[in-house]
Design a protein around this ligand. Structure first.
Ligand code: 9YT
Length: 131
């Protein structure tokens, strides 16, 4: 059994930040369980584009609200606490955080932790939305 707390992750190499986002990698590939588990926070009024070409991701929104756009077909979804989206088709997508959004994310196969430096299959792009 593995037990971890946020305080053990904060400020370590499992705590990764970029412009307008921060992700705490709670479980990684090195834990050897077949998935990774992340807490991702996206700041209010920011827009992020992601394309996980090699991973399936499930995202459960805990706090905040915003809009998700499926860039493969142009369909948009309003997200609020309790919303889940599952990228079961490696969809290119855009997230707009109307307020600060806190999400729990699961990746299969697991993220190793190196992807933030070498965005192999992960292509984030960021723009700050106009007020
Ligand atoms: C919202 C989202 O796609 N989060 C994924 C995790 C994040 N990109 C990370 O841990 O690097």
């Amino acid at each position: 059994m593995i037990v971890r707390t946020t305080s053990e992750i904060t400020g370590t190499d499992r705590d990764v930040e970029g412009p307008g986002w921060r992700s705490k990698r709670i479980v990684l590939a090195g834990d050897g369980v077949g998935f990774s588990f992340h807490e991702t926070t996206i700041e209010a009024s920011t827009v992020h584009e992601f394309h996980y070409q090699n991973h399936i991701e499930a995202v459960w929104l805990i706090e905040g609200d915003g809009t998700l756009a499926d860039l493969d077909n142009g369909v948009t979804y309003e997200l609020a606490p309790g919303s889940m989206y599952l990228l079961d088709g490696n969809e290119r997508h855009r997230l707009f955080a109307r307020t600060r959004m806190r999400m729990m994310c699961v990746f299969n196969p697991p993220v190793t932790g190196q992807e933030v430096h070498d965005e192999n299959g992960v292509y984030p792009a960021l723009a700050v939305a106009a007020d």
